[in-house]
Structure formats: C-alpha cells, structure tokens
Design a protein around this ligand. Sequence first.
Ligand code: ADP
Ligand code: MG
Length: 356
Amino acid sequence: MASVSIEGVRKSYGPVEILHGVSIDIADGEFVVLVGPSGCGKSTLLRMIAGLEGISGGRIRIGSRVVNDVPPKERDIAMVFQNYALYPHMTVADNMAFSLKLKRAPKTEIKARVDRAAEILGLGKLLDRYPRQLSGGQRQRVAMGRAIVRDPQVFLFDEPLSNLDAKLRVAMRTEIKELHQRLRTTMVYVTHDQIEAMTMADKIVVMHDGVVEQVGAPLELYDSPANLFVAGFIGSPAMNIIKGDLRTQGAAAVVRTPSGLGLPLTSAPIASDGRPVTIGVRPEHIHLDGGGMPARVMVVEPTGSETQVMLNIEGTELVAVFRERITARPGETIRIKPDPALIHVFDAESGRRLAA
Ligand code: ADP
Ligand code: MG
C-alpha cells in the first residue's frame, strides 16, 4: 500500500495544455474518486499515475518515490479499464494468472494468488470457464481479479462500470466498495457519474477543464460546494440556480430575483446591500408549506418513493422533490417554501461560495 501525491501536474499535447497544474494528496489506503464531465482530463491524469502518459510538468509520487521517470511496470500499480479486454482463448484462471506467469512467478504462488482473488470475488466456480461463457458483471469481476492477483500498491480504475446495465452497475459499485474495505489498498477511481462518486468515495476530487474545482468528502461537497460548478455538478436532480440581488436589513437578508421573488436567508453572507448574487436551492430542500409562496405546477414526475415537480413561481422555474405524494395537476397552484437555512449563496461574477 502507498500514498499518491500529485504536485502541480501539467499535461500538454503539442501546444494544447489540457491539465493546468493539478495537485491532489491521496493518503495510504484511501478510496479517492476523480469525477468530472467528459473531456476534463480524468483519464489522462490516471494514465499519468500509471505511467502510460508522460508528465509535462510537476511531480507524481507513489509512496516516497518520485515516479515521473519510472516505467509503468516498475510502479507497482494495477489498472482496471472500462473495456476490460480479457483474453478470449484463456480461461478465467489463466486470464487472472497471466501477469504472474509473465513475471515467472512459481506455480504454487500463482495458484495461491488466483485462488485467493477468486474467493474474494466469488469466482471460485467459474475458474475453468472462458470469457464468452460469462455475464458482463462476471467479466468485470475477472478484470478486477487480474488486478488483485498482482497485489499492487495502488489500484487505478477508469470508468470500470460504464459498460454494465444500470442495475448491475449499482451492484458492482457495492462490490468494489466492499473490496476496498477488505483489501484497504489505495484506490483511485475515475468516473463521470457523480452518484458513483458520492456513494463510493472517501474523498472526491471534482475536475473541470483540466483543473481541480474542489476536494472533499462526499457530504462536504454536497453541503458546501465551493463554487457554482461544483454546486451544479454534485446532487441529482441538479440544484436550482437563480440570479438575484442580496438585500440586507440588519442581521436579516433576502435575495430578490428580477421577477420579484423574495427568498429569505437564515445566515446572511458578509456582503453589501444590493450585491448581485447567484443562489442555489436543492430540489430536496423545497418543502410543501401552507404559509409558503404560491407555485404553479408545470410537470409532475412520481417515482414511487418521491415525486419530482417542475414549478413556476412568478416566472422563475424551479425543480422540487417531495417525499409526499403530490395530487396537484399541471396548471394548479401549490404552496412551497425553500428551507432558508439551506440556500447557497455565490458571488454573481466569480461563482465562488459566499454563504450557507
Ligand atoms: P476524460 O477522461 O475526463 O473524459 P481525457 O483525459 O480522456 O478526459 O481527455 C482530456 C482532454 O485531452 C480531451 O479534450 C481530449 O480530447 C484530450 N486528449 C486526450 N488524449 C489526447 C491525445 N493523445 N492527443 C491530443 N489530445 C488528447
Ligand atoms: Mg476518460
């Protein structure tokens, strides 16, 4: 096991820089998820940790060793990809044993390691099968088994669940998390799926256009997004984003929208009266309230456990999620209240968090 330290790392392809100085500290044994929209540089960074891409600037350390110039096979890492590319003409056991055979490990050791990985992954009965005789989830497990037998210092995963159907993805998510709890090996996991990041990570790194936007525990990012990008990226359905002006009256504060909506805040940010702000209201922080403001129902989407409702309040559109069942139909009016303690306030210009 080892820590991984990424220090001011840059990557350019010709004249185009795509990673602009990324710094991330990954503790020994930690499960860190790199999350961000497609094209933000996640795979490139992971491949740089693996040694499959050169480093244009900065340093990467695995344990105490700077690995910038260390070839991939000497870095003691194992990588699992989205496309798990098993050898079709080899059995499950041979697929898992392959890297150890290349290293000319003794036969008894190979068998012991393959058996242990198979036991951890529940593949014991499938060792003599060929990849074509396996389901997608089983193939994914063999790909993980191939990584486990190597007993690496660090596991790297690049969107390993993207090829699986939704249900299997949820099941495998739990399996990988259990695997981490069992092995306690450092894992760096790349995904574009914020739910995957939230559910699996000890620590999430939100990336966007080649920079790190925020690093934190899942609920830290949810409770205190550092800027509008993270606010909009973490959480589903996405946070409602509304522009307005901050109006302070002593300790009290209200955000007034151009359409005339007034949203009271419990904790006023330190800012001057009339300052333009952007506020964020999570759909799940809007509640039904007989004394609240009237909102016209536009669309109702029940999922059974909760109901998502698109609302229009004086021209401002909001998505709300209620645990209660909603009997109102489109065109009717309900009364709602955003929780004033849970409204996020951002500077209108920089997008940086001001309060709540
Ligand atoms: P992600 O994994 O977050 O979707 P990538 O790391 O694959 O993103 O890519 C980041 C950016 O780098 C993208 O804009 C992509 O087009 C660019 N890129 C990746 N590989 C190369 C390459 N070999 N040459 C030029 N540009 C590349
Ligand atoms: Mg990628």
